[in-house]
Design a protein around this ligand. Structure first.
Ligand SMILES: CC(C)(COP(=O)(O)OP(=O)(O)OC[C@H]1O[C@@H](n2cnc3c(N)ncnc32)[C@H](O)[C@@H]1OP(=O)(O)O)[C@@H](O)C(=O)NCCC(=O)NCCS
Length: 148
């Protein structure tokens, strides 16, 4: 491992596509840089940390539809396509997929840009999550129909 994570080499190789196009039909909802405290035993960023950020990003997409309290009911799909490293600038893009009676399903895609190679993106994660609008007692309530 490099002594300074900010000196880590830019991703390369057939399984590490760099310079992918960012989505144009999704909203940029969050940008964050993982810190050394977020690494796992391999020296990459802990998957649970990435999942927490994805949950927050998904909530940003869902909350205008819920118009109030909501809870994450399901992670329908979660794919770690590439490892995330200290020094990556992560961009979380998302969009609404479906509004049900009480639920809201969103898609989130995460792109990494190395601190020393900004403007070149690698897709590191994609996920689908479902949120449920809840009332003060924590029971499901109908999602207001008015779209954000
Ligand atoms: C969210 C919660 C209130 C839903 O209660 P519930 O009794 O399971 O509600 P329902 O069975 O009526 O389902 C509510 C909606 O969630 C959807 N849902 C339930 N389980 C699901 C699953 N595994 N995957 C996808 N959607 C699901 C249902 O289809 C329904 O959507 P719809 O009304 O649009 O058709 C309850 O499960 C809960 O409190 N879970 C804990 C939430 C939590 O702590 N999250 C982590 C921190 S935010």
């Amino acid at each position: 491992m490099s002594a300074n994570p900010f000196d880590a080499p830019v991703r390369a190789g057939k399984n590490s596509p760099v310079n992918v196009q960012l989505p144009t039909d999704e909203q940029l909802v969050l940008k964050v840089i993982p810190m050394p405290r977020d690494v796992n035993a391999n020296g990459d960023i802990f998957g649970g940390w990435v999942m927490a950020q994805v949950d927050l990003a998904g909530a940003v997409i869902a909350s205008p539809y819920a118009e109030g309290r909501m809870a994450t009911v399901a992670v329908n799909e979660f794919i770690f396509k590439q490892p995330v490293r200290v020094g990556d600038i992560l961009s979380f893009f998302g969009k609404l997929v479906r509004i049900g009676r009480t639920s809201i399903t969103v898609k989130i895609e995460v792109y990494a840009e190395h601190f020393c190679a900004q403007g070149k993106y690698t897709k590191v994660t994609e996920a689908s999550l479902t949120y449920v609008a809840i009332d003060d007692q924590g029971n499901p309530r109908e999602v207001p129909r008015a779209a954000a």
